[in-house]
Ligand binder design. Structure first.
Ligand SMILES: [Zn+2]
Ligand SMILES: [Zn+2]
Ligand SMILES: [Zn+2]
Length: 205
C-alpha cells in the first residue's frame, strides 16, 4: 500500500530476471513437475530518486531516464546467480529485455522483464521474444556488445570467476563477487544500486 505522503520524486522499478540452473529439465511439463508453476527467476524492487523534478513534466524524457536507469542496474541483475539460459542448459551470456512503464503515475513506475540467454540471436532468443508477448511489454532490446557469463563476478566478469559459490553483497543480497578485492573495487559503482534495492525475491529451489 502506498501512502499519500510518499516522496513523489521517487521512481519505482521492478525487475524480473528469468533463467535456469545447471541440470534443470528442459521440457516445460517436466519443469512444472519439478519446480511448480513459478519459473526460476528473481524479482528485484528498486526505489530511485529522480535527479531533476523537471523530468516529471516531460513524459518522453522521464521514460528515457527510466530506461537509462535500468541500464545502470543491469549488471547487478545479470550477475546475481549461477545462471544458465532460460531456455537451454548453456551458460547465460546475453539477454532479451522488455519494458512496461507507467510514467504518468506518481510515483512513476517501470517494469523490466529480462530473459537471460545463451545467444539472443539464436532459437533461445526467439523463445524469449514469444514469452514476452504475453507480458504486454515493449519489443525486446539487446544490451551490450560483449557477453561475459552471468555466473561470473559482477566486478571482474572473468570466465574464471564463473562459479556457483560466489559471495553475495551482504546488504542487497543480489550482486555476486569472486572476492573482497573485487567487491571493494566495485563499491563506488555498486553502492548507488545497492542503496536503491528495497526487495529481492527468489523463485529458486
Ligand atoms: Zn539457450
Ligand atoms: Zn571478481
Ligand atoms: Zn549490494
Amino acid at each position: 500500500m502506498e501512502t499519500m505522503s510518499e516522496d513523489p520524486n521517487i521512481f519505482h522499478l521492478t525487475a524480473v530476471v528469468y533463467g535456469s540452473a545447471p541440470g534443470d529439465p528442459q521440457d516445460d511439463d517436466a519443469q512444472i513437475e519439478a519446480f511448480g508453476e513459478l519459473p526460476r527467476r528473481v524479482e528485484v524492487k528498486f526505489k530511485a530518486r529522480i535527479p531533476d523534478t523537471g523530468l516529471l513534466q516531460d513524459q518522453a524524457r522521464l521514460d528515457t531516464w527510466g530506461q537509462l536507469y535500468t541500464h545502470s542496474v543491469y549488471a547487478d541483475l545479470k550477475h546475481s546467480q549461477d545462471w544458465r539460459c532460460a531456455f537451454c542448459d548453456k551458460p547465460a551470456r546475453e539477454s532479451s529485455s522488455s519494458f512496461a512503464s507507467w510514467m504518468h503515475l506518481r510515483p512513476p513506475r517501470m517494469n523490466i522483464f529480462v530473459h537471460l540467454l545463451c545467444d539472443a540471436s539464436g532459437p533461445c532468443g526467439e523463445e524469449a521474444r514469444d514469452a514476452v508477448l504475453t507480458l504486454n511489454a515493449s519489443p525486446p532490446l539487446r544490451f551490450g556488445q560483449t557477453y561475459p557469463q552471468a555466473a561470473s563476478c559482477v566486478s571482474c566478469q572473468s570466465e574464471e570467476s564463473a562459479h556457483s559459490d560466489l559471495q553475495r553483497c551482504s546488504k542487497c543480497k543480489l550482486s555476486r563477487y569472486c572476492g573482497v578485492d573485487c567487491q571493494r573495487a566495485d563499491w563506488g559503482r555498486h553502492k548507488k544500486v545497492c542503496n536503491a534495492i528495497t526487495e529481492v525475491t527468489w523463485a529458486w529451489k
